[in-house]
Design a protein around this ligand. Structure first.
Ligand SMILES: [Fe+2]
Length: 393
């Protein structure tokens, strides 16, 4: 997040003596991206963040993808997924490539360990549920519609309130930022941006934990989940400042950009990373040209794969999708509105659809485990007379 923020106690000048009440020094940690050239924060710990008493491999992080079949549009009905443990261990991976992994989690339990993604930033979209994310930078409370951005290396724990937190997780190998075209050279959001600084929430409170004991921090890195044991609580930070910290943007605060004729998907863009973008489709007024067609035209994503996660409302161009549906329209073949949806959209004034779109610039693959949720007739749902049985792919 390119906005300066400070919480707790920090010394007047960086890299100078900063002492506890007993006269010993706090331990300063500079945490930054791009080899001291990207955004960073400076944290002050009670204990050295390097004081690990045990390092083990917890598990291999092995995602098994399906074999390539015929190129086709895909539909995964994730709404039927059962409640599945906690917000990290309970992730069910659906799609992925070298740049992103897309998973869903119906988190009914709190994590009983701490976690950090050592490969890249993570984004958690809250479909349903409330709770909190406790981090080394402080605590953030979440609610439906929140995009929670967790920077690489941030130690965190997700604690759902009573009930299930239904999450869409995007794990990356890069950084998640707002689109550059909406920022001036100083990083401030411009007037044509669909959101502004007032819409972002950082950590709300910083609780400094001084407990000692055994604390497991799991770290995802290099194809494995590693387990590091600390003899002190990992959230022992007394203060920090900088530009790197977890933050939240609620999709309800996305102010849609509309026009007289159909506007292209980049108007929905909310985030970007290396080789992907994330967009928000929110309730909005339709195009107002008297002869306009609000539904999108058929289109070919010549060099990008398009994923839609349906949150709620009737999606204007699709039939058969439900809350929690994920569709994948791959590059190489065109896609567009379902039969009848173009005609249906004419004369309509507004849509109440809510969806998250992830476009990737390298091909996605479907995770083998996700095939159990697939509607394998989706590819033929544009056909006037769909085949009786699903052809072998
Ligand atoms: Fe599309």
């Amino acid at each position: 997040m390119a906005f300066y923020r400070q919480m707790g106690d920090i010394p007047k000048k960086r890299h100078t003596m900063f002492r506890k009440a007993d006269g010993t020094l706090y331990r300063e940690q500079v945490m930054g991206t791009k080899g001291f050239s990207g955004i960073q924060s400076i944290l002050y710990h009670h204990h050295p963040p390097t004081a690990v008493s045990k390092a083990e491999v917890h598990a291999k992080f092995d995602i098994e993808f399906e074999e390539q079949g015929a190129l086709r549009h895909r539909h995964l009905l994730t709404g039927g997924c059962a409640d599945m443990g906690d917000a990290v261990d309970g992730r069910r991976y659906m799609l992925g490539n070298e740049d992103v992994l897309i998973a869903v989690a119906n988190a009914a339990q709190s994590m009983d360990y701490y976690y950090r993604n050592g490969d890249g930033d993570e984004l958690l979209f809250v479909h349903e549920g409330t709770g909190r994310v406790e981090t080394m930078f402080g605590t953030l409370h979440y609610r439906p519609g929140d995009y929670i951005v967790i920077p690489i290396g941030t130690i965190y724990q997700v604690i759902p309130d009573e009930g299930v937190s239904k999450l869409l997780a995007v794990e990356t190998n890069s950084w998640i930022t707002t689109p550059k075209r909406y920022r001036n050279p100083h990083g401030q959001l411009l007037e044509h941006s669909p959101f502004c600084e007032r819409d972002f929430r950082g950590p709300e409170q910083l609780d400094t934990h001084l407990e000692c004991g055994e604390f497991e921090v799991r770290t995802k890195s290099r194809g494995f989940i590693h387990s590091h044991t600390f003899d002190h609580h990992p959230f022992d930070v007394v203060g920090w400042d900088g530009y790197l910290y977890p933050w939240i943007f609620n999709i309800g605060d996305f102010e849609p950009i509309t026009g007289r004729i159909h506007m292209p998907p980049p108007i929905h863009q909310t985030f970007e990373g290396n080789n992907f973008v994330i967009c928000s489709f929110v309730p909005r007024l339709y195009d107002y040209h008297p002869e306009g067609i609000p539904a999108p035209y058929f289109h070919s994503n010549v060099d990008s794969d398009e994923v839609l996660y349906y949150v709620k409302g009737n999606f204007m161009s699709r039939k058969g999708v439900t809350e929690g549906s994920i569709t994948l329209h791959p590059s190489g073949i065109p896609h567009g509105p379902h039969p009848g949806k173009i005609e249906d959209s004419i004369g309509k004034k507004e849509t109440m659809e809510l969806a998250v779109m992830i476009d990737t610039f390298r091909p996605l693959r479907v995770v083998k485990q996700a095939l159990q949720y697939e509607d394998d007739r989706y590819m033929y749902s544009w056909c006037a007379a769909p085949p009786e049985t699903t052809p072998t792919v």
